[in-house]
Design a protein around this ligand. Structure first.
Ligand code: FCB
Length: 473
């Protein structure tokens, strides 16, 4: 653990106006999935299919955030954070995914926003963090263009209700996961394994992004609009041409496909060529790329790990890849992920803090017109609650080293505007259920009781130092 002086030194390396936060998402924390007129989402259906979630669990209760606004806000405040990133459950607000609005669902978010603002905590809203209304999946889901149009409408509805108080809007979270884990490998809801559809889904998620970004901007030109993407430095496992090409392909889909579309209005040519093996792109219509190329002020960076890839899928080690094996990579089935021998988290994800500095510097070099925020960063480890404490030195060191990596990026001139730890509290980790703990706060999943972990205490201390240094200036 750092000494007070080291804490001050790290704190002083961040800009004065900085969003110090933690993040969550609706399905992972809210629970109350049947309350107050909420519609069903694709995750409600998926978790009920045998074998989809390792511990057979679901988000029916999650960590009960829907019924605990006061407790959650008090926790955020106790950590000294000035920002909180959470997502809206689309089916809570629009139960059928269409224009019919459920006022009770909207009220929850409105109350949460008010409670945050009353404590001086700035809300950052994610409009889509994977819980598509089941009604829209029944009509074809993200591979259908209509879903993107519905999403644009949902953004307008959400902004109309909350935009008077909320200025930070992230359109979609990690469309890579929604498209390729949802529709190619089937590891996430809705669990389909259709490579061609997954590319159409990826396109419609981006079209949805463009429509949502434009809806928010039309209503409030001062709003800060962002898209949340998951980035990984990609290394070839060897100098073998097959491995080098695998690295190009993975980097292309993961790091360039979505950013080039959003910020340049064009998909990268080399990846288009790769994808032609499985799709003819007939779903890309005239004008789509212009719509997708909507004004964005901040690029939201979710960073966890790095990839070491081979073109020889036979060597795949599923545990070395945050995303499982090559089935999540359409037209790239021979790709494999091999460990580089770095320390790993409880997810098996290799830990490489300087990869975050590299990622931020590269994004700034390629897209200098946007600011960047780290909107997710964190690690799962096996925690033990003992005597009212969780001594999670492993997570503390993870967060500390990655904040150091952020500070290095700031020193190199990257316009970094915020850092959000994933996650505020332990929660439902998708296909891993409750078996993976990412929180700064430990949650007893039986009683819902919260205990701030040592990593949370350390982070809170750093944030207080950073904020008080700046307030003193
Ligand atoms: C990200 C997701 C988030 C959480 C973390 C661990 O890909 O956005 O919901 O699952 O990974």
């Amino acid at each position: 653990m750092s000494t007070p002086n080291e804490g001050d030194a790290l704190a002083s390396r961040f800009p004065a106006a900085f969003a110090w936060g933690a993040a969550t998402s609706s399905y992972q924390v809210e629970g109350s999935t049947g309350a107050d007129g909420r519609g069903k989402s694709i995750w409600d259906s998926f978790v009920n299919e045998p074998g989809r979630v390792v511990d057979g669990s679901n988000g029916d209760t999650a960590i009960d955030s829907y019924r605990n606004i006061a407790g959650d806000v008090a926790l955020i405040k106790s950590l000294g954070l000035n920002s909180y990133r959470f997502s809206l459950s689309w089916p809570r607000i629009c139960p059928d995914g269409d224009g019919r609005v459920n006022d009770a669902g909207l009220k929850y978010y409105s109350d949460l926003v008010d409670a945050l603002l009353a404590e001086g905590i700035t809300p950052w809203i994610t409009l889509y963090h994977w819980d598509l209304p089941q009604a829209l999946e029944d009509a074809g889901g993200w591979p259908e263009r209509a879903t993107a149009l519905r999403f644009g409408e949902f953004a307008r509805i959400a902004h109309e209700a909350l935009g008077d108080r909320v200025k930070h809007w992230i359109t979609v979270n990690e469309p890579w996961c929604s498209a390729f884990l949802g529709y190619a490998s089937g590891e996430h809801a809705p669990g389909r394994r259709e490579p061609a559809s997954s590319i159409a889904a990826a396109h419609h998620l981006m079209l949805g992004h463009g429509l949502a970004a434009r809806a928010v901007k039309a209503a409030d030109p001062e709003a800060t609009v962002s898209i949340g993407l998951n980035f990984y430095p990609v290394h070839a496992a060897s100098a073998d041409p097959g491995d080098l090409d695998a690295a190009r392909r993975v980097d292309g889909v993961q790091n360039r496909w979505f950013t080039d579309a959003a910020l340049r209005g064009a998909y990268p040519e080399d990846v288009v060529e790769d994808f032609k093996a499985v799709t003819d792109f007939s779903f890309v219509l005239e004008g789509d790329m212009e719509t997708i190329h909507a004004p964005v002020e901040v690029l939201s960076v979710n960073y966890y790990s790095r990839f070491n890839v081979t073109g020889n899928g036979g060597a795949t080690s599923a545990s070395a890849a945050p995303t499982g094996a090559g089935s999540a990579w359409p037209a790239n089935e021979h790709i494999g992920f091999v460990p580089a021998g770095l320390p790993v988290t409880d997810m098996g994800w290799e830990i490489e803090p300087q990869g975050l500095t590299e990622t931020l510097k590269r994004l700034h070099a390629n897209y200098p017109e946007v600011a960047v925020a780290v909107t997710e960063n964190g690690a799962a480890f096996q925690d033990k609650l003992e005597g009212g404490r969780v001594h999670d030195l492993d997570r503390l060191e993870y967060v500390q080293s990655h904040l150091g990596a952020c500070a290095d990026a700031v020193a190199a001139g990257v316009p970094l505007v915020g850092y959000f730890a994933w996650s505020l509290a332990d929660n439902f980790e998708w296909a891993w259920g409750y078996t993976k703990r990412f929180g700064l706060v430990y949650v007893d999943f039986e009683t819902g009781e919260r205990t701030v972990k040592d990593s949370g205490l350390w982070y809170g201390d750093l944030v207080r130092r950073a904020r008080s240094n700046r307030e003193a200036e």
